[in-house]
Every structure is written in structure tokens, then in C-alpha cells.
Design a protein around this ligand. Structure first.
Ligand code: ZN
Length: 92
């Protein structure tokens, strides 16, 4: 148990803590680009959100993602997040 170290991150939509690998990741790089960093090793300031449409929408509605990253988030990134959140089974 103690050997099974799981990195936990907080979803900015629902504030629940979950294993980092189960969350979608958005990264702001040093050059200020905001990228979909899910499953990729991109260094920079990161924000995490559950792969659930409700969480992605909550993060957008309250501008939580922009605030977490201190950067503007493009439509393209939102579309990618929503696409990855899919139809989801979680109802928030
Ligand atoms: Zn969430």
C-alpha cells in the first residue's frame, strides 16, 4: 500500500481530488501557450479537470481554468476537453 504512490490532483470543476492519471490536464507553457497536456509530458503550469462534461463546463463557466493558469483558454482547448470528457457517466 505504502509503495503504491499515486499522485493526486484536484479537479478545478468539482474540487474533488483524484489520481492525476484519471484527470484531463491543461498546461500553460513557459511561452504562454495553453495546451492540452493530457497524458503528455509538457512542463509548465498545470490545471486538472475530471473527464466529465459537467466538470469541464463548470470550469469554463466560472473561469476556473483561466484563473488556474493565469492565461486565456481558446475555444479549441475547450472543444478538446469536452471531446475527451465525452458523454461521460458522471452527472454533476
Ligand atoms: Zn471534477
Amino acid at each position: 500500500m505504502a509503495h503504491n504512490h499515486v499522485v493526486m490532483r484536484r479537479c478545478i470543476g468539482c474540487k474533488r481530488v483524484a489520481p492525476q492519471t484519471s484527470l484531463l490536464r491543461v498546461v500553460r507553457t513557459r511561452t504562454g501557450q495553453v495546451l492540452d497536456g493530457t497524458g503528455e509530458h509538457i512542463s509548465g503550469r498545470s490545471a486538472y479537470v475530471c473527464p466529465a462534461p459537467g466538470c469541464v463546463k463548470a470550469a469554463g463557466r466560472r473561469r476556473m481554468l483561466e484563473r488556474a493558469l493565469s492565461a486565456a483558454v481558446s475555444e479549441e482547448i475547450w472543444e478538446r476537453l469536452l471531446a475527451q470528457a465525452g458523454t461521460g457517466t458522471q452527472v454533476v
